[in-house]
Design a protein around this ligand. Sequence first.
Ligand code: DX5
Ligand code: ZN
Length: 242
Amino acid sequence: MGWADPHDADPAEDSMTIIAPSILSADFARLGEEVRAVAEAGGDWIHLDVMDGHFVPNITFGPALIKALRPHTTKHFDVHLMIAPADPYLAAFAEAGADTISVHVEAGPHIHRSLQTIRALGKRAGIALNPGTPASMVEPVLDLVDLVVCMTVNPGFGGQSFLPSALETVARVRAMAAGRAIDIEVDGGITPETVEAAARAGANVFVAGSGVFGGGPAAYARNIAAIREGANSATGRDGLRC
Ligand code: DX5
Ligand code: ZN
């Protein structure tokens, strides 16, 4: 087997290291350019945080913006829905160009139905867990899940401090997912320092907003490389298929 670009194959296959810059910390007046810049700087996926001011105490953007960004890169669009209800909007996010759509288990009474709907739309299905939500919530729907998002901050804002207590959830989800093609993502407070513990606990997808966009465009490549290095040094992975 040879080298592979992390965004053009199914990343879950061998749990490769994926760095997913969150545009929540980008310059919103220049989003197309920012997406191209982090893609060129080595970001594997683009993480898009959708917030409704109801499920979380902040409002960001919806499918129209994601659709407008789609022509700017071929990278995997990792859409994190922090909205309730989510079901009425899943088709719109799929049409806008999402590749993975994640819904919070706390966002509604029918997570199984939401995941089924995402898969039926031809997209990868993600389930997101708040720091206060037990890992066991994932167990009944493991067959329907391509990605588990373990929040390492309370969702709503960028730039918050990493919550080490969430690592227990990561480790439990990793154990539960053994033998399955499931990516485990950590989201919130990821830096070159905190990424190591997250990788050791079993995460292989690392979302970073302020950790990537801090310092402006000249720092993006360096920031992404530092997070990747931290993750790989913790696990001995090289981030490439072999
Ligand atoms: C928080 C979002 C995160 C956020 C991470 O609700 O889901 O994706 O952008 O930002 P940082 O990396 O700054 O904590
Ligand atoms: Zn997110």
